[in-house]
Every structure is written in C-alpha cells, then in structure tokens.
Design a protein around this ligand. Sequence first.
Ligand SMILES: O=C(O)CCC(=O)C(=O)O
Ligand SMILES: [Fe+2]
Length: 231
Amino acid sequence: MTTPLPGFEGLGAPAGGAPRVRRQLAPGAVHVPDWLDLPAQQELVAACREWARGPVPIRHTKLPRGGVMSVQTVCIGWHWQPYAYTRTADDVNGAQVAAFPDWMVELGRRAVTEAYGDAAAGGGYTPDTALINFYDEAARLGMHQDKEERSGAPVVSLSIGDTCVFRFGNTENRAKPYTDVELRSGDLFVFGGPSRFAYHGVPKVYPGSGDPACGLRGGRLNITMRVTGLG
Ligand SMILES: O=C(O)CCC(=O)C(=O)O
Ligand SMILES: [Fe+2]
C-alpha cells in the first residue's frame, strides 16, 4: 500500500468521483476498471457489429405486456427473450442464433481469473451465452435479476463506448441498499457467488463520453456472458 503524495490523492479519479481501482462492491461482485485495452475493445466492437446484422438482427426486445425495451439486444449461444432461453429467436425472425465462439469462452475465463484472483475459478468457467446490449442516449435498463440461467456461475460484464451509471443492488428487491458505480469503456464487472442474483440496472448513460477510438462512434455496448446450465 503506497501513501499518495500530498496533493495527488485524487490521481486517476474523475473529478469528485471514486478512484479507478479494482474494487469489490459485495462478496463476489468485483469491478476491474480499464481491463480491456483499445485493440481488444475494437475487436469486440467489430464482432458485435457482425452479430448485430444476423442471423438474428439486433432489436428492441418485446415485453410480454406489449412494450419494448429501450436497449437493443442481440444474443449469441442462446437467445434470451423475457423470460427464457431458446436456440431460435422465435420473437424476432425464427433463426438460430450465432454460435458462442471459443475465443469468448477464453475471454470469460480470463475475466473471472482476474476479477477473483483465482485461476481455478476462471479455468472452470465455461460461458455458453452472451447478451449484447446497445444503449443509445435514451436507453436505460431497470433493476432486474439475471435469473433465467439454471446455474450459479458468475456473470461477466464488459463495457465499451459511453460511460454509464451501473446500479448494483441487493438480492432481496429493487430498492436500496445499492451502490452506483461508473462503468467506462474497457471496464470489467463480474458478479457471482453470493452476489450472483443481486438486482442491477443501468439508470444513466452519458452521451458523448466514449472515445470513438474504441470503434463505436457513439452509444454504449455491454456484453454479459453467462452459463445457462441448459443442455
Ligand atoms: O448494460 C449493463 O451494464 C448490464 C446489462 C444487464 O444487466 C443485462 O443484460 O442483463
Ligand atoms: Fe442483467
């Protein structure tokens, strides 16, 4: 532990914000700032751009009561729609979703290893689906649990583009206590263990805050890898 030089206590911190260092918000919930370098972000953006084209195009997910989500989503490995996973996107065009690539399994393993400082946990992680969400300046995501998976394996979240407020709550309900953390381009967030079924959401995206060098001209991209536990 180093003692900051007087006057440099806020080094690396946004004005008035929390320092950009690895942080455990709750047991099993870890934020790793700046985990993806710029080339890795660019490669992910390029891959997501392809998946957004098809075989199942990115869309605003239809909700059972007739509304649509403000976020746009495309899935790989398994297709998620409220509130189940299927192999074909029957609420979009009936097509089978793109395969979950081996390189993304590897990325998920490195993410869990890094977040938990535990190579065994990382090595045993085999995600088989990812939800790829795109947020324009108007998109939000309400507090929810990721609970359609039949597995307690961690969720690995990668963010690219515009900065957002990620609200990470408790496992009981949507209300307080929760912690707001800024997710910026390249940030990793892993939630597993006792935090796996915590409520979380995205109440705010800061338009124009991302660096176009990441490959996105605007908006925010988020990838959440999961283990469905389905055959
Ligand atoms: O965009 C995010 O950071 C979170 C996405 C999320 O919670 C989800 O897709 O279930
Ligand atoms: Fe979620």
